[in-house]
Design a protein around this ligand. Structure first.
Ligand code: NI
Length: 182
């Protein structure tokens, strides 16, 4: 089932999410719905707050980027209750976008090397080292679980530049090819 994607301005995107256990109601269906919703919107990552649920759950399928970023070739993941530790202070920046912030793309500095511990969709405990592009994608989604959005992390000048666009999104004055919720 395709779910509406909550837009910037909705308070659900600003709350801290909670861990879940394997008895969370209809978890498998929810994960399937998140993938379906993400694919329909041409996204590569989705965090549960973006479909209105403040739980620590992320879906990512970035395999479409493998043509330019070979390390993405098998980057299909479900992250449940993730925890990130950074392995360096070195940062890299690429232009990011977000399904909750349609029409905005900005460079964001991100740590380039991290370890993420999480449960997969079968609730196996996993620890994974991610470097470069996969580390960026994961940090973007992980931020959503803490109520943080990428526009919080751009420079003051760029913030001023996107202010009108943000105001328009909060008023629903934005065109998307996918179902949204204010
Ligand atoms: Ni996002």
């Amino acid at each position: 089932m395709i779910l509406p994607i909550y837009l910037y301005g909705n308070p659900v995107l600003r709350k801290k999410s909670k861990d879940i256990d394997k008895d969370y109601p209809n978890l498998n269906e929810l994960i399937d719905d998140m993938f379906e919703t993400m694919y329909k919107a041409d996204g590569i990552g989705l965090a549960a707050p973006q479909i209105g649920k403040n739980i620590n759950l992320i879906t990512i399928d970035a395999r479409v980027l493998a043509k330019d970023e070979p390390e993405m070739a098998d980057f299909l993941r479900v992250f449940i209750n993730p925890n990130i530790t950074f392995n360096t202070e070195d940062t890299i920046a690429i232009e990011e976008g977000c399904l909750s912030l349609p029409g905005i793309n900005e460079n964001v500095n991100r740590i380039e090397d991290l370890t993420i511990e999480y449960y997969d969709r079968d609730f196996n405990k996993v620890s994974e080292n991610l470097i470069g592009y996969p580390a960026i994608v994961v940090q973007h989604e992980y931020d959503h679980l803490n109520g943080i959005m990428f526009v919080d992390k751009i420079s003051t000048i760029r913030k001023r530049f996107v202010k009108n666009k943000l105001n328009n999104i909060t008023k629903g004055k934005v065109a998307t090819s996918y179902k949204v919720k204010l």
